[in-house]
Design a protein. Sequence first.
Length: 612
Amino acid sequence: MCGIVGGVAERCVTEILIEGLKRLEYRGYDSAGLALLNKEQILRERRVGKVANLAEAVSEQHLTGNIGIAHTRWATHGKPTENNAHPHVSGNVAVVHNGIIENYQELKDELQALGYIFTSQTDTEVVAHLVNDALKQTDSLLEAVQKVTPRLKGAYALGIIHTEHADELITVREGSPLVIGVGIGENFISSDQLALLPVTNRFVYLEEGDIARLTRTSIEVFVNGERVDRPVKELDATVSNASKGEYKHFMLKEIYEQPEAIQQTISQALNGNNLREDFLQHANADFNKIQQVQIIACGTSYHAGMIAKYWFEQLIGVPCQVEIASEFRYRTPVIVENTLYICISQSGETADTLAALRETQKRAKANNINISTMTICNVATSSMVRETDHHLLTLAGPEIGVASTKAFTTQLAALMLLIIKIGQVKQRLAAAQLTEITEALWHCPKVILDTLQHNTAILRLSALFVEKNHCLFLGRGTHFPIALEGALKLKEISYIHAEGYAAGELKHGPLALVDNEMPVVILAPNDEMLDKLKSNMEEVQARGGELFVFADENSGIQEKDRQHVVHIPAVNEWLAPIVYSVPVQLLSYHVAVLRGTDVDQPRNLAKSVTVE
Ligand code: HGA
């Protein structure tokens, strides 16, 4: 999604802004731009494509300034062109914006009637003109912005500068993430703190509705015109700067980081084969009360939720529903007393999931219904963590590749820890089962390491996908969501059309697609569904389909004509979906590299989907 970086300093901020934008590149974008104030002039440069193009233009023209705003755009309104790239300028005002102004057309009509000329098709440009217009009534840039924001419908984060206020930067957070980076004699803004780590590790996390005025030496935050205090938080120095190290792509690095990420995630909860006493301790009373679980998530996180549904119901007998957030938030679902609502999101900022959470909380409150809310995410400072009763962090470290890998497998580990916890609080988990699962959790990083040893075999198989246009992924039980996840990974980064199916559904439709051009990926752990899965494999082979099977080493499934097999080390049945995620990630990765796509920033996609 779009990124914002801005700064007000004594030194020139050009390099800081460009470096910040580079750090936001992983989120996906289509164009970039910046505006600097210099001698009461706005110096603006915008380019379609990579930040490197912008950096080149900026350095050729020696653009300097000690206050500026910059942006990577992921178009929602208007094509990815230079004219549509941010910052947008009106008179002496320059604006960058993340999010969507839903009532922009109405505002645009009004502004055009007043004589304002629009030079882009974006929704954002109305903000620049509105602030410019409001400055006819006041000399204060802050007041002008405060006048404008009540007129904007939708979700937005803004950075605004003005030539006649050459020492201040105004920022707004309303439904789209925005943090302030606190420096010494300089202050910054960004939509993601990662962008500001080279200049500070001290942050002010704005809340929805906050408007802030930054100068070099001061930060003032306002809500409805009143000054409010927002604490400065120091970030743990271990939040590492993102670099690819020895790996060609972030995605590959993140695939290989999974054993450690899972180990970290487990370590926060387990002491040997027991749960740590302090693990989610403050949630005990709520967990005791809950009668059912509703998971809300999008994309890969939704697949993690689907697997958790099997676990919640089979392991501890707690009914569990899972729903895509963009559907849940708009369908007025019945809010049921004593339900635990779990939001799963890598960033903790996913717009649809956050909106679904807020809607649920609002309706529960209005109707006096007792519910609990919980977040599973990878960012301790995220909005979801702040806005739910409880949270459980995946300790995966920053995930930069757009296609989620380690965030997904650590979400699964976290969900299993949560299920153990709820099972224990509600006395639904036998001691023997607790030991079986905790032992298997500790063993999981090693099984993943052993699975990663098959990388070369998987690379060899991936060459057979390069020319294909379609692909099916099949699995049963907890491996049905892994089939969906495998298909999602393949389409996201290799652009091959792929579908995931529950293998039992094959004969109800997708079998019609199978011919000798159709690769079919099978997930075959050694579980009670194995024999049924073998029958489904026969059905595919009988129609000429080519099988690519990730099979348990003890499954009895062997290589034969048009049946390629990679044997996966034996793994506890409950945790098998975590391990079987790895070969499908590697397969998608290698196919994408062979097809020459932009693996870490696939076309049209973005990390941390902060617009609806
Ligand atoms: N609506 C604006 C900004 C889009 C955005 O925030 N994307 O993540 C535009 O289209 O320029």
